[in-house]
Design a binder for this molecule. Structure first.
Ligand code: IMP
Length: 425
């Protein structure tokens, strides 16, 4: 097999690390961009000129003309959102037919999944989901009565799988939430319409990627959410229902694991999280508000204010290991500009002892007290364009992170625009 460049872009924190911008920037060097997990809970923002574009499902690399993209088998697809997004992107970068592909194996997010997600959050106080029906769609898939997007293409099959899925979900709607059942024919009509619009894009994703690999094309895998939201290795139960780790690439896109050549980990120069769950380096209200305003830390999908905190190297050591990260991009360095002091957690104290292990239990993680190293602040001005023009204090901060993690930081992003990215190594 002629393997060219195969790279995974992975969020190292709780999502929102700025992956969209990095993918958009790196996509120039790749032929195909692939999503492999998650769904419309993701919100990748790419700013072109001064206009932000938010992607939920379509790989953000497709904003560039001539690039191809796949929505892999591990992505839960909400057809309604996908169709809206296709229309939006076609206005920017031309027709998507022949450029966008969807693996027929991908599970479908149904209207009842979104309703259940909303009502479950209301019922239990919830974990602060994006209410996009993600957990419910994966639940049905793993329980083996989900609907897959390829099933929509055949009327007999579509009706058969819808019947099975709806039977279960209508029982949940009634018994758990006290809501009326949804109507089979209405849903079936909807699915038929979706299938008419989406059929040109639905394909066998494994064959598609295999051919690209054999033809020596370069492929970029675009992670959504972040490693600490991984269903198994994240801060359970305050996690998403998929595998945002690099291990999710082969299982979510259908390629052999040993073909992944580079794993680029993305971290902000600080940390954010949306939704509930432990967050050891979370800042106090006033500090957090400053970062939130300057970094525009509001959810791209839900608009919720993000919780803000200092960079956590204990967490990053854990996630860079889990992902096999080969290089790092640090984003949003500009947001810290002007602060007198900048802190970084280098260890935790737990039960009176120092540790550099990230606890697997959320009950333990809420008890840790971060031990910080403090750096003098810096000012970044508009003219910063290369490594040499970065203030010395900013470089000391970046070099320290690099040394602690033992992984090169290859780029540093210093503003939301496409061109505001500096080569560091
Ligand atoms: P869900 O993925 O909508 O089920 O939400 C589960 C948890 O993951 C919640 O804490 C969400 O806030 C979080 N989450 C899901 N998608 C993203 C994302 O793209 N960025 C940041 N957090 C996310």
């Amino acid at each position: 097999m002629r393997v060219k460049k195969i790279t995974a872009i992975i969020g190292l924190q709780w999502g929102d690390e700025g992956k969209g911008k990095v993918v958009d920037f790196l996509a120039e060097e790749y032929d195909v961009v692939v999503r492999f997990q998650g769904g419309a809970n993701a919100g990748h923002t790419v700013v072109i000129g001064d206009k932000p574009h938010i992607f939920h499902l379509i790989p953000s690399g497709l904003l560039r003309r001539g690039k191809e993209g796949l929505i892999g088998a591990g992505v839960v697809v909400d057809p309604e959102i996908l169709i809206e997004e296709i229309e939006m992107i076609e206005k920017i970068s031309g027709p998507l037919e022949g450029r966008l592909f969807i693996d027929g194996r991908a599970p479908v997010v149904m209207p009842y999944h979104k309703l259940e997600d909303r009502w479950e959050e209301e019922l239990r106080g919830g974990i602060g989901t994006t209410k996009r029906g993600i957990g419910q769609a994966y639940r049905d898939h793993y329980a083996r009565f989900g609907i897959r997007i390829g099933d929509l293409l055949n009327a007999e099959m579509r009706r058969r799988v819808l019947k099975k899925s709806l039977e279960f979900n209508n029982q949940i709607l009634a018994s758990r939430y006290g809501k009326p059942p949804l109507d089979f024919s209405e849903l079936d009509e909807k699915l038929e319409k979706f299938s008419e619009i989406l059929s040109p894009y639905i394909t066998d994703g494994v064959e598609y990627l295999k051919k690209k690999i054999e033809a020596g094309k370069s492929i970029l895998f675009e992670g959504a959410q972040g490693s600490l939201l991984d269903i198994t290795f994240g801060t359970y139960p305050y996690v998403t229902s998929s595998h945002p780790l690099s291990g999710g690439v082969p299982t979510g896109a259908g390629i052999p694991p040993n073909l992944i050549g580079n794993v680029v980990g993305i971290t902000k120069s600080y940390t954010t999280r949306v939704g509930r769950g432990p967050f050891p380096t979370e800042m106090l209200d006033e500090e957090a508000e400053t970062i939130r305003k300057r970094g525009n830390e509001y959810g791209a999908t839900t608009g919720r204010p993000r919780r803000c905190g200092w960079l956590d190297l204990v967490a990053l050591k854990y996630t860079t290991y889990l992902n096999g990260v080969t290089s790092i991009v640090m984003t949003k360095l500009d947001v810290l500009s002007g602060l007198e002091k900048v802190k970084v957690a280098i260890k935790y104290e737990l039960h009176g002892r120092e540790t550099d292990v990230f606890p697997y239990s959320s009950d333990e993680l809420v008890k840790v007290r971060p031990i910080y190293r403090t750096f003098n602040g810096w000012e970044l001005d508009e003219s910063v364009s290369d490594k040499d023009s970065l203030p010395e204090n900013a470089r000391s901060f970046i070099d320290f992170v690099e040394e602690y993690l033992g992984i090169p930081i290859i780029y540093v992003s210093v503003g939301p625009e496409r061109e505001k990215i500096i080569k560091y190594r």
